[in-house]
Design a protein around this ligand. Structure first.
Ligand SMILES: Cc1cc2nc3c(=O)[nH]c(=O)nc-3n(C[C@H](O)[C@H](O)[C@H](O)COP(=O)(O)OP(=O)(O)OC[C@H]3O[C@@H](n4cnc5c(N)ncnc54)[C@H](O)[C@@H]3O)c2cc1C
Length: 400
């Protein structure tokens, strides 16, 4: 049995749900195919920034995130284990209302809320299944094959959007290369119960061995990120809960009241990658399928969401027509790449530089320079683009 629709979206995490919301808001018949979440994404990344929040607001997702407990972030602090607090910066609002300030929402809740909102659009259908390949005719993608409930099925659409993450099958099927660079460090993330100091803040805690970030979460919780040179992450993961807790509280003494269990501990490798193309006739890539960035700028989800919004602006008028003009569709996809690929490349570069300022290169060894460099309103705050969330600002700052 073959099913026809206007757009097939592969993957329903942040990028896929963003595309589904953006297409749903325009009434585009859209089929989203998600194979089911295998990873525990509860500690992956929490921060959504103002330019992105405006898109989410327009789709009704921002209200849902606040209903879910979204925590606005007000401060960035830097301290040292023996020197004490070195800096406390206010993170300025960028614009009025709830969309004007960075928020923290646990990553798995962002995925769940965005997916739930996508399902509210009458033109959007979500299906549990694994996409196994693309359908092609005359050099263009015309749909996808998927395993659904043990059965191989075919789905046809003028546009397939690959939102299937860093190891994207869609990208590989299209033969699009990606220059993947694996950093030589890992992050061990722990979600813990307890108050942060300051509340509603990002706090970089230095000592003689490195940097630990403590980020506030809703409901008096936090996310602790421990930077580890390759190999050191295994040493941390082998420790008992009590030993790991003692390690954290030795390095960050003000965390003495935290609680966590083994299920709250995750390890992440970090990579940067940029696909050589973001489109092919009948197909587009959004999110980590197109670009993966170092998390220093808290940018990946934000790029995915703004990319989804821009893709929808460009292709929706073509997909909404009674008969889809394939030349017009390809022109819109070409425009999407022309705008988004250089923007993503710049965001990756800014995040790499930011990683050098706050995590790598022995930056913890000079705490005072570190504290100056961490000012979110100065060095890395090009219209908010130091967090990479506003690619248009990045392009302007680079003189494009
Ligand atoms: C430690 C860490 C911290 C981070 N912090 C932040 C932050 O604070 N702010 C921020 O903006 N970004 C952050 N990021 C980046 C952000 O998490 C990612 O960029 C973003 O989540 C990528 O979303 P995605 O939907 O593109 O890909 P993914 O989350 O990888 O989702 C891909 C989806 O596709 C599905 N899928 C894959 N293959 C198939 C198939 N064949 N058929 C059907 N479905 C399929 C998968 O099941 C999955 O649901 C962080 C990343 C890390 C590692």
């Amino acid at each position: 049995m073959t099913t026809e629709t206007r757009a097939i979206v592969v993957g329903a995490a942040v990028a896929g749900s963003a595309v589904a919301n953006a297409f749903g808001a325009q009434g585009i018949p859209t089929l989203v195919i998600e194979k089911g979440f295998e990873r525990d994404n509860s500690t992956r990344g929490d921060f959504l920034h103002p330019p992105t929040l405006r898109f989410l607001d327009a789709w009704g997702v921002l209200d849902a995130l606040f209903d879910d407990g979204a925590l606005p972030i007000y401060h960035l602090a830097v301290s040292h284990r023996t020197l004490g607090r070195l800096a406390t910066y206010e993170i300025r609002a960028r614009g009025q209302g709830r969309a004007g300030r960075t928020i923290a929402v646990p990553h798995d809740r962002i995925e769940a809320v965005m997916k739930g909102c996508a399902q509210r659009w009458p033109s959007v259908t979500l299906l549990e299944g694994t996409v196994t390949g693309l359908l092609r005719e005359g050099g263009r993608v015309v749909g996808a094959r998927a395993r659904v409930g043990g059965e191989e099925r075919e789905f046809r659409a003028p546009l397939v959007v690959g939102c299937d993450g860093a190891m994207s099958l869609v990208r590989r099927e299209l033969g699009i290369e990606s220059d993947r660079y694996l950093y030589d460090h890992y992050f061990v993330y722990i979600q813990a119960d307890g108050p942060t100091d300051p509340p509603a803040a990002i706090h970089f805690c230095l000592d003689e061995t490195g940097v630990i970030m403590v980020a506030s979460r809703p409901r008096r919780r936090m996310r602790i990120a421990i930077y580890c040179e390759r190999g050191a992450q295994n040493d941390l993961l082998r420790r008992s809960d009590a030993d790991l807790r003692a390690y954290v509280t030795y390095r960050v003494p003000w965390l003495r009241d935290i609680h966590f269990t083994r299920e709250d501990v995750h390890v992440y490798a970090v990579a940067r990658a940029l696909a050589e193309a973001f489109w092919a006739p009948g197909a587009a890539l959004v999110g980590d399928a197109a670009h993966t960035t170092h998390p220093a700028g808290a940018t990946g989800m934000n790029l995915a969401i703004s990319g989804a919004a821009r893709l929808a602006e460009l292709v929706a008028p073509v997909l909404a027509a009674e008969a889809v003009d394939l030349d017009a569709l390809d022109a819109a996809l070409r425009a999407y790449q022309a705008e988004r690929r250089p923007a993503a490349a710049l965001a990756l570069e800014h995040n790499h530089q930011q990683a050098g300022r706050i995590w790598m290169n022995g930056c913890h060894l000079d705490p005072y320079t570190y504290a100056r460099n961490a000012d979110p309103n100065a060095g890395w705050g090009v219209e908010g683009a130091g967090w990479g969330e506003n690619p248009a600002a990045l392009l302007r700052s680079a003189g494009y």
